[in-house]
Design a protein around this ligand. Structure first.
Ligand code: HEM
Ligand code: ISQ
Length: 154
């Protein structure tokens, strides 16, 4: 266990860079999800009836940003408090939304891979194995907390 100071710094530092280009980041995250798992398209209300990823859908953008922000913030909390905390929403709520949408464990792996590929693309040469593994670990903790809520509710 234990998310290190170094890992927290890597996640924070890269998020500072990535958030300067939210639109491109959001689109890339969805594109990667659909590349890895085309069948995931039907899960998202704003994707299911289109053949292309809508370039200017505010909901699409805000959802993608939330995912990055939540992973980043939970990484900080993880180091400070040793547990996963999310702000602006509760884990219980996140659990119930994903349960309702029919999200299952393998989907979490898809989103994780898509997230890492997006970090890679956004950070370019500044991306390192260490940076990717810091994101992976932060994501895994948050995903585990959401899955726990999902199982409690199911
Ligand atoms: C909705 C975060 C994993 C699919 C949401 C919302 C948030 C969120 C904040 C919006 C809730 C609302 O305000 O209504 C996260 C985080 C995840 C995660 C932090 C992992 C750590 C996943 C996975 C999938 C998924 C693995 C499956 C591909 C969805 C769908 C919605 C949703 C389909 C509803 C979107 C719609 O409005 O159509 N998620 N999510 N999420 N999430 Fe996730
Ligand atoms: C997971 N949940 C909600 C929205 C998302 C957008 C992009 C990638 C993953 C997501």
């Amino acid at each position: 266990m234990g998310f290190s100071e170094k890992q927290e710094a890597l996640v924070k530092e890269s998020w500072e860079v990535m958030k300067e280009d939210i639109p491109a980041l959001s689109l890339h995250l969805y594109a990667m999800i659909l590349e890895i798992a085309p069948e995931a398209k039907g899960l998202f209300s704003f994707l299911k009836d289109t053949n292309e990823i809508p370039q200017n859908n505010p909901k699409l953008k805000s959802h993608a940003v939330k995912v990055f922000k939540m992973v980043c913030e939970s990484a900080i909390q993880l180091r400070e408090k040793g547990e996963v905390v999310v702000s602006g929403s509760s884990l219980k709520y996140l659990g119930s939304v994903h349960l309702q949408k029919g999200i299952v464990d393998p989907h979490f792996e898809v989103v994780k891979e898509a997230l890492i590929r997006t970090v890679e693309k956004a950070m370019g040469e500044k991306c390192s194995e260490e940076m990717k593994s810091a994101w992976c670990e932060a994501y895994d903790h948050l995903a585990a907390a959401i899955k726990t809520e999902m199982k409690q509710e199911a």
